[in-house]
Design a protein around this ligand. Structure first.
Ligand code: SF4
Length: 333
């Protein structure tokens, strides 16, 4: 089966009077139909800029740089016109953000907001059919009184309910790809787990792919088939979720894993925060961007940036340790 989405050499910069911020730097990855891929990294690593690029939502002073290409089912979408983007969003691909309250119109009842989404999709349905569809979709997201929910304003719903409404609105056009950008960050842990489980069930029912964008490696363990780790605008490691969790290679991935609780680890061991800050992306380091924070940094790391290289199968990492490991035939360098 072919890929649903192919991102090739994507670079995105933000141009201001003072500086040019290189938010995303030459990244490439694929998404398979029906699978969940997690895009993971700290705030400012370029993951949200990547997801907005896929949705055609990069606005000035941001710019997708020449040579960047994004293909959806083989069709290049980076050159879409405004009309083509409008058709693409919601129908082929939808996005939900962390802050459902900010995304919903506070002055409009939920029912009207969902019906407006259907109006944009030009479904040819009557008003009664649209109401029926809205109720069905809300019920699918786990809202018990779906019909009653249509009559509510956003402020009358809990944070979890509002996020379910956002999911219903995103999925009502039956997109093949859902981008969930920090979908559960503002919710408490129990509601987080419920929403992620609901998304998983909806994914199976609707056979869609999910790009789960998050800073929290902990929440993707159960949810993702594949994990992409981003740091300072670049992909530093990617591979099947099992490989990333049990055989991480990049020191940044290892540090992220050490910072989240795991049931397969000694519970008396303290979780470790990652010391230091991400580099200034207006002036990124010429060598490895993680060098200033890396406990395993070597001289070469400061001078030369490592490239993403295959470790085994689809597992790849961008780290000089990986290169040395390959040169020395699997022995420690
Ligand atoms: Fe650390 Fe060097 Fe690997 Fe960068 S390339 S992560 S500095 S060992």
């Amino acid at each position: 089966m072919g890929n649903l989405l192919e991102v090739r050499n994507l670079s995105v910069s933000f141009f201001t009077y003072e500086s040019t911020v290189q938010a995303v730097r030459d990244i490439s990855f694929d998404l398979a139909p029906g699978e969940t891929t997690a895009l993971v990294g700290e705030s400012g690593c370029g993951k949200s800029v990547t997801s907005k690029s896929i949705m055609g939502l990069i606005k000035k002073p941001g710019k997708i740089l020449e040579g960047s290409r994004i293909y959806f089912k083989g069709q290049c979408i980076t050159d879409f016109t405004i009309k083509e983007w409008e058709r693409f969003r919601g129908k082929n691909c939808s996005i939900i953000f962390q802050d459902a309250l900010a995304s919903l119109n506070p002055t409009m009842k939920i029912g009207r907001q969902i019906i407006e989404v259907l109006n944009n999709h030009d479904t040819g349905l009557s008003r009664d059919e649209k109401v029926k569809k809205a109720v069905e979709m809300l019920a699918m997201t786990g809202i018990a009184d779906a019909a009653g929910c249509l009559e509510k304003y956003p402020h009358e719903l809990s944070g979890g309910m509002r996020q379910r409404v956002m999911i219903a609105m995103a999925l009502i056009g039956r997109p093949e790809l859902l981008i969930a950008d920090e979908p559960t960050t503002s919710l408490d842990v129990t509601v987080q787990a419920q929403i992620l489980e609901q998304m998983k069930q909806l994914q199976q029912k609707l056979n869609m792919a999910i790009l789960l964008v998050t800073h929290d490696l902990g929440i993707v363990a159960d949810a993702a088939n594949k994990i992409i780790i981003m740091y300072a605008g670049r992909i530093v490691e990617q591979g099947p979720a099992r490989e990333i969790f049990y055989h991480p290679v990049h020191p940044y991935t290892k540090a992220l894993l050490d910072s989240v609780p795991r049931i397969d680890r000694d519970r008396t061991k303290r979780l470790r925060a990652i010391e230091g800050n991400i580099p200034d992306m207006a002036n990124p380091p010429k060598g490895c961007a993680f060098c200033g924070r890396c406990p395993e940094a070597m001289n070469i790391c400061e001078e030369h940036a490592p490239v993403l290289r295959q470790i085994e199968g689809p597992h790849a990492a961008a780290c000089w340790l990986n290169e040395l490991h390959t040169i020395h035939g699997g022995t420690d360098a």
